[in-house]
Write a protein that binds this ligand. Structure first.
Ligand code: GDP
Length: 296
């Protein structure tokens, strides 16, 4: 009895239940949607997005019009899956970088989101594909940020730039980028400090860094960010032209439903996911497995 399935139950199981019902009628369909809604909210998908999806599904799946003999359960399941995939597609790809031509990529995100780790992973990933990356630490805010980047960069044999004494992140970014342009690096990655959305002055500083140098801004988001994802992503988007999203810590329990919010808020695609603390625990984002995981 779908009415008696508690929140948190596996939606696949719930959908499966529908095949056990003798007749899939309107009520079963609505109950099924309600349960999926609950589960998506638990996976941190934003309420508004879930509500829109519900409305769309009702429009798409017209039970009366599904011909006899067709598997209605499969049709509903597929419709939900497709809707979620659609939410994750902003309709345009991220700015494409060209190997051999200098690009400057700036990473933004809250402190602790995994930004510094992800900078190195991103550099390492491209290095393995024949790029010549370099790392610049423009995080003058967090003590130890430069050491962390330096350590990671050294391990991956990636050139790095930063300063223990200079306190102006804009200056470091500009100097670092200049240096690596001279060295013919084709992928210059700038790590910034984890800004809190309320810190207007710091945001302004970040905007200056952006205008001075950058081709692509990547917003790094912790998968466990929860319902706060939309506001955070939007706050960053208002300050700098975020063009892509990376979701970290997908190796943990969080399902990363906040990624849907980040895509909606920034109108930018998710390009990679972080799958662990190590340099190579980094994967190109693939929408289908991500949505499958969200659903169960
Ligand atoms: P920053 O403050 O945003 O620069 O965050 P850090 O890069 O310092 O990362 C914060 C913590 O998250 C560190 O302990 C990282 O090792 C960890 N971390 C980063 N990415 C991942 C990931 O994909 N999976 C896991 N399990 N931990 C991660």
């Amino acid at each position: 009895n779908l009415d008696h399935i508690a929140a948190g139950h596996n939606k696949r199981k719930i959908i499966q239940q529908m095949s056990n019902a003798t007749i899939i009628d309107e009520k079963v369909f609505n109950d099924c949607l309600k349960d999926i809604t609950r589960a998506l909210l638990q996976a941190d998908v934003q309420f508004m997005l879930v509500r829109d999806m519900q409305t769309n599904i009702k429009k798409i799946v017209n039970l009366d019009h599904i011909a006899a003999g067709h598997n209605k359960r499969k049709i509903i399941q597929q419709a939900i899956f497709n809707e979620l995939c659609k939410i994750l597609d902003p309709g345009k790809p991220a700015f494409s970088l060209k190997k051999g031509k200098t690009s400057v990529v700036m990473f933004v995100g809250l402190q602790g989101s995994g930004k510094t780790t992800t900078c190195t992973k991103y550099a390492y990933y491209h290095q393995k594909k024949g790029w010549k990356p370099a790392l610049v630490c423009a995080d003058t805010f967090r003590a130890g940020a430069f050491d962390q980047l330096k350590q990671n960069a050294t391990k991956a044999k990636i050139p790095f730039y930063g300063s223990y004494t200079e306190s102006d992140p804009v200056r470091i970014a500009v100097e670092g980028v200049e240096r690596f342009k001279e060295e013919n690096c084709d992928l210059i990655i700038v790590d910034t400090s984890g800004r809190h959305k309320q810190e207007a002055a710091l945001f302004e500083e970040m905007r200056q860094v952006f205008e001075a140098t950058v081709d692509l801004v990547i917003f790094v988001m912790d998968s466990s960010i929860g319902q706060a994802a939309f506001d955070q992503a939007q706050a960053f988007k208002h300050s700098v032209a975020v063009g892509a999203v990376i979701v970290t810590k997908m190796d943990g329990h969080a399902k990363g439903g906040g990624a849907l919010s980040a895509v909606a808020a920034t109108k930018s695609p998710v390009i990679f996911i972080g799958m662990g603390e190590h340099m190579n625990e980094f994967e190109v984002f693939d929408v289908k497995p991500f949505v499958s995981r969200l659903l169960g």
